[in-house]
Design a protein around this ligand. Structure first.
Ligand SMILES: C[S@@+](CC[C@H](N)C(=O)[O-])C[C@H]1O[C@@H](n2cnc3c(N)ncnc32)[C@H](O)[C@@H]1O
Length: 292
């Protein structure tokens, strides 16, 4: 049964969605006006309800529905890529994730859904306006109790967490420059994902990860084709989204046992001294502004 305060959406026969927070008093629903919230009492996921003469189905949103409904500024991650990140980084209930690059909170929403009520996601974002937009989006989803954020440059600033992450995701233009700063915040055995739109960026982060001794370094691209299915006319959609970004994954190795006792910060940082690549300052480039 729906509880007061829960975020749900009403879907009409044409598939149009109206989002609302459940309340059993009078409700204002965008696009529908005021409605009697008591009609939602006793209803559950997928139930039908008639409001002002029209029938709607009430659904509890999943991560994909929530991502599709976000207020957007920076380009959000596509569901095909978010799903791949969750699987390759093994993000699951109770995990702690450090995310770089809030954008609009697309990946944040997928991560928050996956870590569940006992997990936590901390997002570090360079620009205050992106962090604030993500804060509004996360509040709307109702997943805010498992989320925190800080504003700063991941290449040098301290994200301000007092734990080591099970997974580190970096959706930023020059993740190889942030690696020396963030590596100590990923636990041994933890998984890392970098998400970059261009091949030269992919090469730089893969090289940096190899030089830093990460295991299982691999890179991939997801191409997903939607299908048009009509009686007598079945074909791939003309609107298929092709390239979005390259996904790079790796797993952190602990320091060799011989080095562990008394390992100084300098010593662990020494692994990164060789990592010197061109900086990709500026807003996160994605297809629209990077492939011209
Ligand atoms: C493409 S957006 C991320 C989109 C996000 N994953 C989503 O699904 O909505 C990249 C974000 O990384 C942030 N960013 C870029 N460089 C950064 C840095 N050095 N430290 C922290 N955040 C950075 C940008 O301000 C931008 O918000």
């Amino acid at each position: 049964m729906f509880a007061e305060g829960e975020t749900v959406f009403l879907e009409d026969a044409e598939g149009k969605r109206h989002w609302l927070k459940v309340s059993f008093g009078m409700l204002k629903v965008q696009g529908l006006g005021a409605m009697d919230g008591s009609k939602l009492k006793g209803l559950d996921d997928g139930d039908r309800v008639t409001l002002v003469g029209r029938e709607y189905t009430v659904f509890r949103p999943g991560a994909m529905d929530l991502i599709g409904s976000l207020e957007r500024g920076a380009q959000i991650i596509s569901p095909k890529d978010a799903a791949t990140i969750l699987m390759h980084c093994d993000v699951k209930s109770g995990d702690r994730v450090l995310e770089i690059g809030a954008g609009s909170g697309g990946l944040t929403t997928a991560l928050l859904t996956a870590v569940g009520p006992t997990g936590h996601v901390h997002t570090m974002e360079l620009k205050e306006e992106n962090a604030k937009r993500t804060e509004r989006n996360v509040a709307r989803t109702g997943l805010d109790s498992r989320w925190s954020y800080s504003i700063g440059d991941a290449r040098e600033a301290d994200p301000g967490i007092d734990w080591q992450a099970d997974a580190l995701t970096m959706d930023m233009p020059d993740p190889w420059l942030a690696l020396p700063n963030l590596d100590p915040l990923l636990r041994a055995g933890g998984r890392l994902c970098a998400y970059v739109p261009n091949m030269n960026q992919m090469e730089s982060i893969v090289t940096a990860l190899r030089e830093a001794g990460y295991a299982d370094v691999r890179a991939l691209e997801n191409i997903q084709r939607f299908m048009e299915v009509h009686p007598g006319g079945v074909r791939p959609s003309f609107d298929t989204l092709g390239h979005t970004a390259y996904l790079i994954f790796a797993r952190k190795r602990a320091a060799p046992v011989t080095e562990r006792a008394g390992e100084s910060e300098n010593r662990s940082q020494a692994r990164f001294n060789k990592v010197k690549h061109a900086s990709g300052d500026g807003p996160c480039p994605r297809i629209a502004d990077s492939v011209k």
